[in-house]
Ligand binder design. Structure first.
Ligand SMILES: *Cc1c(COP(=O)(O)O)cnc(C)c1O
Length: 242
């Protein structure tokens, strides 16, 4: 590696640590403004496309939860970072049947369960020694924009099926709403997801439902205003992905 390269890497690492501190502050400010307790929402650092060394820097700055979208890339980074004992891996990418075994074996959480077949395969593939896999159901909350995600209408039936699977622990809901740069517009899909979550909690008071996974770099505040318990910033921590 040339001096120039190592210097660039150093600056980038320094930026990540700085950004972790800044985003924690941003999150606490948002919670405070929303009248919510400190620490009532967690930060999932979305690290797709970032090299393992950068994740390690974030870990050294205190970050523990990492979200990955691409299975092969994630497995390679997990291998490179296996010395980090309390790192927690969340799978937030598209799920096909041929990925369920690796996801069930190598992640603590999956945020993108949106159909029964995938849920059943994840449950069957989950090693008993790891305990149930934590899952959020992905809801297609803005309708047309994304094809993944269960519709709000089909959500109750899917929740019922997932609750019956021994290898899964249903923790809550997740969404990727249509993009808007207007904070008031941003709140609408987040409020809709919260509503669906509250209905689920009323319907299944015994279920371990405690997670609303919503809000990314540009709509974190709106998500916190609407009750997000897990926000998923990527670019705000690691820079743009181009
Ligand atoms: C990429 C991604 C994010 C992070 O988005 P940013 O705009 O970089 O903050 C969050 N959630 C999911 C599901 C993603 O795919």
């Amino acid at each position: 590696m040339s001096d120039q390269q190592s210097c660039a890497t150093h600056d980038q690492n320094h930026a990540v640590k700085h950004n972790i501190v800044a985003i924690r502050h941003r999150l606490e400010q948002a919670l405070h403004r929303a009248g919510r307790p400190t620490g009532s929402a967690a930060l999932l650092a979305v690290s797709k496309t970032r090299p393992a060394a950068i994740l390690r820097e974030a870990f050294e700055a205190g970050q523990r939860l990492f979200g990955e979208n691409y299975l092969q890339e994630a497995l390679e980074k997990q291998q490179a970072l296996k010395d980090l004992e309390d790192i927690e891996w969340h799978y937030i990418g598209a799920l096909q049947s041929n990925k369920t075994r690796d996801v069930a074996e190598h992640f603590s959480w999956v945020h993108t369960v949106d159909r029964e077949k995938i849920a059943r395969r994840l449950s069957e593939a989950r090693p008993a020694s790891l305990g149930p896999l934590n899952v959020c159901l992905q809801v297609n909350i803005s309708g047309e924009r994304s094809k993944s995600g269960v519709t709000p209408e089909a959500l109750p039936a899917l929740a019922e099926q997932v609750l019956a699977l021994p290898g899964l622990r249903l923790r809550g809901l997740m969404s990727i709403p249509a993009i808007s740069d207007d904070p008031e517009q941003q709140r609408i899909p987040h409020a809709a997801l919260r509503e669906l979550f509250e209905q689920l909690v009323r319907r299944y008071p015994q279920a371990p439902l405690d997670t609303l996974s919503m809000g990314m770099s540009s709509d974190m505040e709106a998500a916190i205003d609407e009750g997000a318990t897990l926000v998923r910033p990527g670019t705000a921590i690691f820079g743009s992905r181009d």
